[in-house]
Design a protein around this ligand. Structure first.
Ligand code: FES
Ligand code: FES
Length: 158
């Protein structure tokens, strides 16, 4: 089947790709663009580990067709690694042992980043739980992730 040429911005850089109509954004990002922080857990829109930001909003890349990225701004964790707020979040994940196997961690950090950026002040435990509820973690029991994100917010929102 014919491939579709699309252009978009990925982590602040203009990019171009040729994608088939059925290709998922997840595969384009991982296989064509080398964005290995984007993880495939379920592949069916249930676990959230494939979450990236599309025009600043969290999106499940396993259920978004790649061609829909045309003209959009896509952000993965690779594009946030030098961001000062993300550095705080990652430091706090280490301090609080909020990553065990690490499979959910990129998505957790991205949704946490988005939550903290958009909240007035430090989000409550309930707000953090709600904010990360779309990403499943099989290892941590979530408590350390919630504490890490609230502690990060205390630094970021100072
Ligand atoms: S891999 Fe996309 S939601 Fe699970
Ligand atoms: S740290 Fe293993 S799935 Fe979250």
């Amino acid at each position: 089947m014919d491939r579709i040429r699309i252009s978009f911005r990925l982590n602040g850089v203009e990019r171009e790709a040729f994608v088939s109509p059925e290709e998922r954004l997840l595969d384009m990002l991982r296989d064509d663009m080398g964005m290995k922080s984007v993880k495939e857990g379920c592949g069916t829109g249930d676990c959230g580990t494939c979450t990236v930001l599309v025009n600043g909003k969290p999106v499940l890349s396993c259920i978004m067709p790649a061609f829909q990225a045309r003209g959009k701004e896509i952000t993965t964790l690779e594009g946030l690694n030098e961001d000062s707020a993300m550095k705080v979040i990652q430091d706090k994940f280490r301090e609080y042992h909020a990553a065990q196997c690490g499979f959910c961690t990129p998505a957790m950090e991205i949704v946490g980043y988005k939550l903290i950026k958009e909240s007035d002040g430090v989000p409550s435990k309930e707000e953090v739980k709600e904010g990360i509820s779309g990403v499943l973690c099989r290892c941590t029991g979530y408590y350390d992730i919630v504490d890490a994100l609230r502690s990060a917010a205390e630094v970021i929102k100072k």
